[in-house]
Design a protein around this ligand. Sequence first.
Ligand SMILES: [Ca+2]
Ligand SMILES: [Ca+2]
Ligand SMILES: [Ca+2]
Ligand SMILES: [Ca+2]
Length: 440
Amino acid sequence: MLNYERPDEMSVPTPDYLWLNVDGTHFIDATDSCGISSEPDECGRGVCAADFDFDGDLDIYVSNYRLNPNFLWLNSGDGIFINSAEEHGIEGVPILSGGHYYYGHTIGSEFADFDNDGDFDLFCANLAHPRFIDFSDKSMLYENEGTPDFHFSDVREDAGILYQETNSDVAWSDFDNDGYLDLFITNVYVGRKSALYRNNGDGTFTEVSYPAGVRVDNGWGCAWSDFDNDGFLDLVSGSEFHLYHNRGNSNHWIEVRLEGRDVNRSAIGSYVFVYSGGMRQLRQVEGGKGTSTQNSLRLHFGLGGATVVDSHEIHWLGSERVEKYYNIPADVIYTAIESEGLFSSIEELAHLPKRLSTCVYPNPFNAGAYIGFELMEPISLSVEIYNSLGEMVRTVPERFYPSGRNRIFVSNDGLSSGTYLYVIKDGKKVFSSGKMIHLK
Ligand SMILES: [Ca+2]
Ligand SMILES: [Ca+2]
Ligand SMILES: [Ca+2]
Ligand SMILES: [Ca+2]
């Protein structure tokens, strides 16, 4: 969670926090234990994340304002983050002026593979006043140079993306479904026009705001989502919200919603490679981007003239297993469920075994714990508790539970301290399972 500056004192930063979700029940402040507090506070305005080094964990990029350096919190995989922005070339350009190093007024940033070379690049929207231009960064289009170092270099000028003074938020999308990610950048303040750049597919962009009909004044936030499910991404932006409906073209597409089982349910941080028509495209599920904005969680791929996806590879966050699907028809909205499959319709999904989403509270427990869950329809369930040796140490007999919210109490009678596994069963079928910890 990014924090900006004190409302009563300009340029006095307030600290950022990292909140760790514990068993889906509550959050704890992990800012100190994860190393996030090792850097001095800066005036943060945006946060985005990607596993840009493909080592199986999410790394966090922090956009700092007030000519401060940006942070790249590199996830070491063992719960510790180290700021590696300078080493990877994305902290900004330090320029000495009046005895002090200045960087950029970064507001919003977003990772995306704009050049289809299979790694995540990064756009940083920087507000750069002409009066500070000698020592403040303009916006940056950072191209990821890939393995082994995943170092970035700024290619904005060569890419044809022009300097505008009040760049604010950014949102990548393939709005014309040609397989190349296009770029929308907002500009804040009345009279300042935002810009839509079409990706020419050769490393350069062409501004198409006017012909595309996207004329946003005083932009602030922006986000893409295919709200009418026609396969073409629509845009919302503006300090007074405008929803721009994309009227589409003849190009093909697929969209995929990922649903995690072992990973988080929204599959945030998971990414997909799509191969079609001789192209490779990469998209990730983002938790948020830019400055307090978020695109649709559903991944979108433009396919140009291709009517079939040759190969669709899902990399679930943190899992070494890659799920691959071949020869997938275009122009369909799919749902991919971890370890279950790729589904093209509600009817297919209805045949999946029903599962329960449960939470244990308190956890760890002392006197006893509740297993809470919500049922779509009434059903009879029983519970078995296993110790770490796999021995069944407790049962809760089968009984009938109505639809809606329910809970089952497990007492601590005779249990020693340790980790236990609960298994909720519908007859012989496992409905749900999870860990519970007993502390005496
Ligand atoms: Ca990583
Ligand atoms: Ca790339
Ligand atoms: Ca495009
Ligand atoms: Ca649409």
